[in-house]
Ligand binder design. Structure first.
Ligand code: G1P
Length: 351
């Protein structure tokens, strides 16, 4: 089986960070989202993966992931020329997929237990599609499914009056009939070819579509707040791989996950905290739930629940909470107040 990962979204809710890189390349717990997804796909036994990207993002993906061989994967890049919807993106991947069943993975979905269960369920069953479902409190924000016995009979994209609280999440397995279904649908109210409409078409054409109940947490990381929440979930789950070697007056509480090249002086780390390479932390209190990228410098600051991307510099910030700070960004503070930031790459905040 091959997999198609959809990464062509513009990431408008993540601006300004997405002006300089695709949201799928932004790290959570120091790993770009796309790496977390590729690992999950590989864990499901799939090595041939097509990544659907926008024309402007192709170079960034390719220079980071290359052909995938260093992770024992075979990656292909498929360009979706215009953002015409998820079903349109799937159509763009038809040549790559061929006539075999395939895993479709929306590139902003993270699942605690990956997609192995979904793939195995499809392989062992006799359906034309398996659709992952999660019970949610806010079904109006998602595609919503209605079941009859062990089959999905209705799916509606972001309904005003949801029939159930079962959200269709971003992982599916389809056989080739989905392509004929996509041919038959037209654009939705938001002007896109919706994957939910294609699934409904599949059902209306008499094909068997079954639910796959997801276990463990699931997170759609479309906004900075989602990223910060996912950072917490991942740091909680992370097994410490490395340890700090150089640190004076260093106190590490609870779980640890530090890189050995980090230099921590006169500081307190409250775990879980993830430090990249060559991080310098002085006279600061960091954590819990902070991921810090390579080469970040932090002095005289207090940071919790945040993602600090590579080579950012933070000086004198008395309290930073639930923030996402871009690459090479600088925060210099003279004040005492607490702050919340969403700073794009190379930006400066002097407060
Ligand atoms: C998309 C799908 C929707 C699904 C959601 C899951 O919505 O259209 O059916 O529930 O992903 O993340 P979007 O995030 O593109 O609005």
């Amino acid at each position: 089986m091959r997999a198609v990962i959809l990464c062509a979204g513009e990431g408008t809710r993540m601006r300004p960070l997405t002006y300089s890189q695709a949201k799928h390349l932004i790290p959570i717990a120091n790993k770009p989202v796309i790496d977390l997804i590729l690992q999950a796909v590989k864990d499901a036994g799939i090595r041939e993966i097509g990544i659907v990207v926008s024309p402007g993002a192709r170079a960034g993906f390719k220079s980071y992931l290359q052909d995938g061989s260093r992770n024992d994967l075979e990656l292909s890049y498929i360009v979706q020329q215009k953002p015409k919807g998820l079903a349109h993106a799937v159509q763009c991947a038809q040549g790559f997929v061929g006539s075999e069943p395939f895993l479709l993975y929306l590139g902003d979905n993270l699942l605690e237990n990956g997609v192995r269960g979904l793939v195995e369920q499809f392989q062992q069953g006799d359906s034309h599609a398996s659709i992952s479902l999660v019970e949610v409190d806010n079904p109006r924000s998602f595609g919503v499914a209605w079941l009859e016995e062990d089959e999905i009979k209705k799916v509606v994209e972001k309904p005003d009056n949801p029939l159930t609280n079962l959200a269709v999440i971003g992982t599916y397995v389809f056989d080739h009939h989905i392509f004929a279904a996509i041919e038959k649908i037209g654009p939705s109210k938001r002007g896109e070819l919706e994957i939910t409409d294609a699934i409904q078409q599949l059902i209306d054409d008499g094909y068997r579509v079954v639910p796959h109940r997801v276990t463990g947490w699931w997170k759609d990381v479309g906004t900075p707040a989602d990223m910060i929440d996912a950072n917490q979930l991942l740091l909680d789950a992370m097994i410490p791989e490395t340890r700090i070697k150089d640190g004076t007056n260093l106190e590490v509480k609870g779980k640890k996950g530090q890189n050995e090249n980090a230099k921590v002086r006169d500081s307190r780390l409250i775990a879980p905290v993830m430090l990249g390479k060559d991080v310098v932390i002085e006279s600061s209190v960091i954590g819990p739930y902070v991921s810090i990228g390579d080469g970040v410098i932090i002095r005289n600051s207090r940071i919790e629940n945040s993602i600090i991307l590579e080579r950012a510099v933070i000086m004198g910030a008395r309290s930073i909470d639930r923030s996402l700070i871009g690459r090479y960004a600088e925060v210099k503070s003279m004040g005492d107040s607490s702050s919340r930031f969403l700073l794009g790459d190379h930006s400066q905040a002097l407060i």
